[in-house]
Every structure is written in structure tokens, then in C-alpha cells.
Design a protein around this ligand. Structure first.
Ligand code: AMP
Length: 114
């Protein structure tokens, strides 16, 4: 996906502040953090949004959630608490068309969101 900013981060065209990487998953600090910890966890495979998950690509979600849990622990958030958010589509607030999970923590997060 040549126009995808997150694919460019994955292939190194755009720099990122990496937190974790393996052959299928990349995690990096959000450039515009909304909380003291704000990490984006993404599949390396280009999946546009939650709407584009199906039987063929759903397995990565299991791996991503296990990794999010591990990263949250490394960040000292397991006991404090944290939030995982996936925005989907325009009214959901999605601005980058590559499926991603926001890991937010380090302060009291308001609920309900705005
Ligand atoms: P969303 O609005 O849910 O699509 O989230 C996209 C997120 O990507 C936002 O929180 C942005 O701050 C973040 N973002 C956009 N470009 C970059 C970048 N080059 N490096 C890190 N985070 C980015």
C-alpha cells in the first residue's frame, strides 16, 4: 500500500519511535500522544479497518491483543489500568486507513469518551 502512512512506517520510509517489532506486528509511540503512554499497535499486513477483518486475517487480532497485554505490563500499566481503542471509519474517528490499536494509559481516562 504505497499511500499508507503506517505501511511506510513499517517499511522504514517514515521514521517511528518503535516499542516492539516482530515479523507480523509493530508497536510505536503515537506522534500526538493523548496520555502519558500512547502506543499504536498495528499488524504489518495492510488491513484497512475493523470492517476489513474476516476469516482470512482475523488470527492476527489474537496475537495483537496478547502483545498489547505484554506491552502494557512493560509500561507499568497492568495494575494501574489502561484502555485499548480502535477507531473505525469517519464517525468513529479513524484518520489512518490501516487497522491500529491505541494503547492509552498513565492517567485517569475519562468515560464515556466525547
Ligand atoms: P486514528 O485517528 O484512530 O486513525 O489514529 C491515528 C493515529 O495515528 C493518531 O493518534 C495520530 O496521532 C497517529 N499518527 C499519525 N501519523 C503518525 C506517525 N507518523 N507516527 C506516529 N503516530 C502517527
Amino acid at each position: 500500500m504505497t499511500d499508507c502512512i503506517f505501511c511506510k512506517i513499517i517499511n522504514g520510509e517514515i521514521p517511528s519511535d518503535k516499542v516492539y517489532e516482530d515479523d507480523k506486528i509493530l508497536a510505536f509511540n503515537d506522534v500526538d500522544p493523548q496520555s502519558p503512554t500512547h502506543i499504536l499497535v498495528i499488524p504489518k499486513e495492510h488491513i484497512e479497518s475493523l470492517n476489513h477483518l474476516d476469516e482470512n486475517n482475523i488470527d492476527i487480532i489474537k496475537e495483537i491483543y496478547i502483545k498489547i497485554k505484554e506491552i502494557a505490563k512493560e509500561q507499568g500499566l497492568s495494575d494501574r489500568g489502561y484502555r485499548v481503542v480502535t477507531n473505525c471509519g469517519k464517525e468513529g474517528g479513524q484518520t489512518v486507513g490501516h487497522l491500529h490499536f491505541h494503547l492509552l494509559g498513565g492517567r485517569n481516562l475519562q468515560w464515556p469518551p466525547g
